[in-house]
Design a protein around this ligand. Structure first.
Ligand code: UDX
Length: 433
């Protein structure tokens, strides 16, 4: 099939490259010429495991890129919208990029004779496909949705670092179609994909809600585990022992029960906030989801409280922050829990030495006054305490490095330091254990 993919960010590039791998002819559309040139020369515009290889293999063949909507739409049967849906200043979803992409697609569809399918993959709050995207497409094209062109919503469930694997090995594929024909067309795109469960065919607003309910539930599991962990800490109970057993209940499952500094990344915080915003807009106070965010926002401050309990005032003290990325395996610092921690430390007058195997460069753009180090060893040298913020595997091997600290206080926000087996004697504090 011939597919165009609007937006060459994280979701768009993964979608385009994987569809090319499945044998479809794919054209990426992006207004950023640099991204277009990169894809055409076989280079991925973003870092994601396995993606470089796919783009290298298919660029110039099954995979092309352009900034010209009209030629791409004319040359394809289906267009995916994979643009960003960031939070606005109030935490609500900002649909301005979806709007301009839909307008440009609409104009291109207007000058095309054949039936075309538009598929929204961007994460959008329920009703957006029907009440926001479709009217824009209709107005810009002068055509009627469901008759002259089709509209579907097809959410993604891709984890950063495992996105290519997740695309090729989905546990479910959800297609919310405005018109049955467009749903059938989207379904055929995935003919060669082995899906663990059945294809879910539904309406657009249900598809949109499935994505939010899914991410909000995972975020809820984490905040729940953090709350249980915070209670356990007061009672001198090891929450990891507790949650391990709780996770043995097949109705709960053992995943996303690790307590610590909280969840970050480009999805969970933004999606829970967008759903609470939508919920309030339609007159429902989301008590539980508001609390999920509150617990998550509180965890980094708990790290600072625990640190102050140990070493007192932070002013002019040198503190090491180990780990800046929102999780291991990425250089992404969006909504990373290390951001509020560094902000708190700076506010309290501490001097910060930080180390992350991948994310030093990105954090430097946010906090320029931090001393970024090339190794954990360098970051720990002469420091008066250390906060562990990311679950990088290499932190599991730290031991003698702690001996370089002036004062060996280690506050672990990820349960990654093997505190029970260390040779070096440290003053270890777990955030929830
Ligand atoms: C997530 C979803 O998993 C994916 O399906 C969705 O579409 C995009 O958002 P991602 O943001 O890549 O993926 O990260 P994920 O691996 O889910 O972790 C999110 C955050 O939760 C990380 O900060 C991680 O450290 C934290 N986390 C995860 C916990 O604190 N405890 C856990 O038990 C699991």
């Amino acid at each position: 099939m011939k597919v165009s993919v609007v937006g060459s960010g994280y979701v768009g590039t993964v979608t385009a490259a994987c569809l090319a791998e499945l044998g479809h002819q794919v054209i990426c559309i992006d207004i950023d010429e640099e991204r277009v040139n990169k894809i055409n020369s076989g280079v991925s515009p973003i870092w994601e495991q396995g993606l470089d290889e796919l783009i290298q293999n298919h660029a110039g063949g099954n995979l092309k890129a352009t900034s010209d909507y009209e030629s791409a739409v004319n040359d394809s049967d289906i267009s995916f919208i994979c643009v960003g849906t960031p939070s606005d200043d109030y935490g609500n979803i900002d649909l301005s990029i979806v709007k301009s992409a839909s307008e440009s697609l609409g104009y291109a569809i207007g000058s095309k004779d054949d039936y075309h399918v538009v598929v929204l993959k961007s994460t959008v709050v329920p009703e957006t496909t029907e009440n926001f995207v479709t009217p824009i497409l209709e107005q810009a094209s002068g055509k009627q949705a469901g008759k002259d062109f089709g509209v579907s919503m097809n959410p993604e469930f891709l984890r950063e670092g495992k996105a290519v694997y997740d695309f090729m090995n989905p546990d479910r594929i959800v297609i919310g179609a405005l018109d049955k024909h467009s749903g059938d067309v989207v379904s055929h795109l995935y003919d060669k994909v082995e899906c663990l469960n059945e294809f879910i065919r539904t309406n657009p607003r249900t598809a949109e809600m499935i994505k939010y309910a899914n991410n909000s539930f995972l975020a809820t599991k984490i905040s729940f585990s953090n709350e249980i962990g915070n209670i356990c800490k007061k009672l001198d109970i090891d929450t990891y022992e507790v949650m391990k057993v709780v996770g043995m209940d097949f109705r709960i499952s053992p995943y996303f029960l690790n307590s610590g500094a909280g969840f970050g990344g480009s999805c969970f915080p933004k999606d829970v906030r967008a759903l609470t915003g939508k919920s309030k807009e339609i007159g429902y106070e989301p008590i539980l989801l508001d609390s999920v965010i509150r617990v998550n926002e509180n965890q980094p401050h708990r790290m600072i409280d625990l640190l102050e309990e140990k070493i007192g005032h932070l002013e002019n003290k040198t503190i090491t922050v180990l780990g800046l990325a929102f999780k291991n395996g990425t250089d992404d610092i969006r909504e990373s829990r290390s951001v509020p921690v560094i902000a708190d430390l700076l506010y309290n007058g501490a001097k910060i030495k930080a180390y992350d195997p991948q994310a030093n460069g990105n954090m430097k753009k946010v906090f320029s006054s931090v001393n970024y180090c090339d190794s954990a060893e360098e970051a720990l040298y002469n420091s008066e305490a250390c906060l562990v913020m990311t679950d990088w595997n290499e932190f599991k091997n730290l031991d003698s490095e702690f001996g370089l600290m002036k004062n060996k206080v280690v506050v672990d926000g990820r349960r990654i330091i093997p505190f029970q087996n260390l040779e070096q004697e440290i003053d270890y504090v777990g955030i929830c254990w």
